[in-house]
Design a protein around this ligand. Sequence first.
Ligand SMILES: [Zn+2]
Length: 363
Amino acid sequence: MEPGIKEIQNLKNTCYINSIVQLISHVWPLKEVFCDVLEKNAIPENLELLNLFHQLCNEIWSEDRVRIKPEAFVKKCFTLSPYFVQYTQQDSQEFLMVFLDKLDQELISCHPRGFSIITDTFKGAFTNEIKCTACSFTSEKTEAFLQLDLPIPENAPPIRTIDCLMSAKETMMISESQHGLFSSLISVFTKEKATLNLYYCLKAFFQEQSTEAYCQQCQCHKPHIIRPRLSEPPKYLLISLKRFKYKFWSTKVSDNVFVPKNLNSAHFSSLGYEYSLSAVIEHNGFVSRGHYKIYLNNFGTWWLLDDNKVRKVPWEDVFNAQAYICMYIRKDICQRIVVEGSESVYCHKNISMPMRFMSRDEE
Ligand SMILES: [Zn+2]
């Protein structure tokens, strides 16, 4: 087993925690902080979550072959929110947000200038342009996000050949290899399960909406058009899909949403930023009974980490996953690595941290 790829024991319904631990420990700036910058004896003892995750992250990236049993960490996680009832099934997306928030607070508190590595890594923003259709008066409102929670459009558009070709070009990099073109096209046309792709969800999120609102210029309520656009692209783009619906009772949208390997924000917003897929968390099952596992790209190889079952998988398995959360890295902060016998991959550049955490001597 290589560094970064470790089995984590399921301590009874804790797959939602395990999948997030695997995800966050593979976010390169955080991995650097936990494995290279932040020294164990420099973390104040009262920052329990930070201490426990530091230990966990170092176990994951150690050279040793160990199966991780995260008992203390899991117990701490149950205390993060009253919703996380011990050893019951929970939503990994909710856990992700709570976990990042608490980890952020503890990380900030031991940085001399209060720098937030979590914000620096995940924060993006979208701007709503709000235009009065009567007088064209326009205003803007910007909202920050740490993750985009996307709707899954109910009426999936029928697959058109051009969509398939575009997806193939986006996801399989056919332009790079004549040989790959043929097999890529065949595989696209045989993947009929993938009726929806992430672009449809992104387009649904960023689509124009009409609304009635007060216009400062007309001085009365008038129809307005809201145009959202991505105004600040995060370094790491976290996307979750609204799979769980609450309407009288809870239901799950089980449609497969095809997740492209390469994502270009120009296809759903005005800014053209290129992203590369680095992880997909899958949810199998129903609302009340389900299971989480994660597909991770570790230096060009896709791995399936399913608690204590860990194995290499072909890209097709990631493609066919019932994606729930996915993570993309912005390519301009990456270096491209050519792996022999496989396609090139994007990995985070080794960056020198714009930070120095407090060491015990300085206290
Ligand atoms: Zn107006």
